[in-house]
Design a protein around this ligand. Structure first.
Ligand SMILES: [Zn+2]
Length: 485
């Protein structure tokens, strides 16, 4: 087997394990065994082998980036396992009864009383402070050390070099986004904090957003029975094969330990892509189903003749943008009317827009904080205060320093999400500019989508953006939506 085939078969094993565990077909995850078996593959020797292989620059870069990520993950395996065990076994005491730590976010999201939410959150922060943060700090310190052992000054420098991605333009875009949408955001936040929570902005804290995000007032618009039918009708009208696509394996069967949240596992791209769902109905369930369907169709339509670097690896901002494009349908008034019979979506759409704006502002801030955390100049401990201040300033909602290592995606994934927000908005604007707001009923739009999907992740988000006729990957289309600039 060539080194590429070995890397692909390792990635396949990981995805298959994720599918079987998430779908409830297996009670225990064996990721450690998969890493153990691949010990000689996930190594400096393979890095050297790749560097010498006679392949194109992009192919080499994408495979190297995956391999180095896996080397980092492998070196952190022991500590990450320890964190998961601590999270699973930690308990807090509420009115004399012991409650699992992992239950707290659900309890906070369901708690209608602001003061009680605050009390529950104090218990959560205490577990972070006393049990988890020391381990999480080890993860960050070891990640930084690994980047240095690869020959870089900082993790940020490692990421930019290995991903071929300069983070400065993204910093400028996100700063521009925060400034242009601030006034509108503040007005909407004031409106919703009064209306939904009966609170002034100055009283808001992060735990209140957990309660606010449920949007269950609108769940009635999204009935469980219509979820699959409305989606398949949409795909049919666009001429896109979805549930009957030979590469798509739909897992709808209910099992006791199956994940409630939809997910996609691209086990072999494009031939074996799983979409696992357990329809519940409601806003969040529709959103996550359509999102995961977007990933599934992207992988299933990927051109099989592309190299592994373009089928499996590459810039994940692209697959996230394809996923978000389908998810965006639940923001489209035409789609809501035609597929779900929602005649007056005004109130719902205003709320969805507001909450999305909060999420993007939160991610902009997370990104600014991570630039400091991974920049190589600050001590990890010092960044707790930076986290709280940066997030609080951008969202106008109080964030707590204790969460600085927990509210973190690995491998700078927040940058991918921000880029995918930009690209998704450009794709959606492109579709409605060219085919109308009811693009989801037009076969031409289906053709445009399958053409993009067939390219896998051969092109980075910037190239995709340019191919749609945009000057650059930017937030401009989104800023207009929020009444800025
Ligand atoms: Zn996704």
């Amino acid at each position: 087997m060539t080194v590429f085939e070995r890397i692909e078969s390792f990635a396949t094993e990981l995805e298959r394990e994720a599918y079987e565990v998430g779908a409830g077909l297996k009670s225990e995850a064996n990721f450690s065994e998969i890493f153990d078996r691949a010990d000689s593959l996930i190594s400096q020797d393979t890095v050297n082998e790749l560097r010498e292989a006679e392949i194109g620059h992009d192919e080499r870069a994408e495979c190297l980036s995956f391999l180095l990520c896996m080397i980092i993950d492998k070196s952190l395996k022991k500590v990450t396992d320890e964190i998961v065990t601590k999270e699973l076994t930690s308990e807090v005491s509420i009115e004399g009864e012991s409650v699992p730590y992992r239950q707290l976010p659900v309890m906070i999201a369901n708690e209608t009383d602001h003061k009680k939410r605050a009390e529950l959150d104090l218990l959560r922060l205490d577990v972070l402070k006393t049990k988890l943060n020391d381990l999480s700090r080890l993860i960050i310190e070891q990640t930084h050390d690994m980047a240095k052992s690869f020959g870089y000054k900082s993790y940020r420098e490692y990421f930019e070099s290995i991903e071929g991605m300069n983070l400065d333009p993204l910093r400028e875009e996100t700063e521009g986004f925060l400034a242009s949408t601030e006034k509108f955001y503040k007005e909407e936040l004031e409106h919703y904090s009064k209306r939904l929570l009966g609170l002034e902005i100055s009283e808001l804290a992060q735990y209140d957003t957990m309660y606010m995000r449920r949007a269950d007032a609108f769940d009635g618009l999204f009935p469980k029975e219509k979820m699959l039918a409305s989606t398949w009708a949409t795909m049919n009208n666009m001429g896109i094969e979805a549930e009957k696509h030979p590469h798509v394996i739909l897992d709808i069967e209910s099992r006791p330990s199956k994940s409630f949240r939809a997910f996609c596992c691209p086990v072999r791209v494009p031939y074996e892509v799983y979409l696992v769902i357990q329809p519940q109905g409601g806003v969040e369930d529709y959103a996550s189903f359509l999102h995961e369907l977007g990933h599934t169709l992207h992988y299933a339509h990927t051109d099989a003749s592309l190299p592994v670097s373009a089928r499996l690896f590459g810039d994940n901002s692209v697959t996230e943008a394809h996923a978000a494009t389908l998810e965006r349908l639940i923001h489209n008034p035409e789609w809501l009317m035609r597929r779900l019979g929602v005649a007056e979506p005004g109130e719902y759409l205003r709320y969805m827009n507001f909450f999305e704006l909060y999420m993007i502002r939160r991610y902009c801030a997370k990104f600014h904080y991570e630039l400091e955390l991974h920049g190589g100049e600050k001590d990890v401990e010092q960044c707790a205060a930076i986290y709280a201040k940066t997030l609080t300033d951008a969202t106008l909602i109080r964030y707590f320093p204790e969460c600085w290592l927990q509210d973190l995606d690995s491998h700078f994934y927040c940058a991918r999400y921000l880029r995918s927000w930009m690209l998704e908005n450009q794709i959606t604007s492109y579709l409605s500019d060219n085919f109308g707001n009811d693009w989801f009923d037009k076969p031409e739009a289906g053709k445009a989508l399958t053409k993009m999907w067939s390219q896998g992740q051969k092109h980075r988000a910037e190239i995709m953006s340019a191919s749609l006729g945009y000057e650059k990957l930017s937030f401009d289309t989104l800023i207009k939506q929020y009444g800025g600039r």
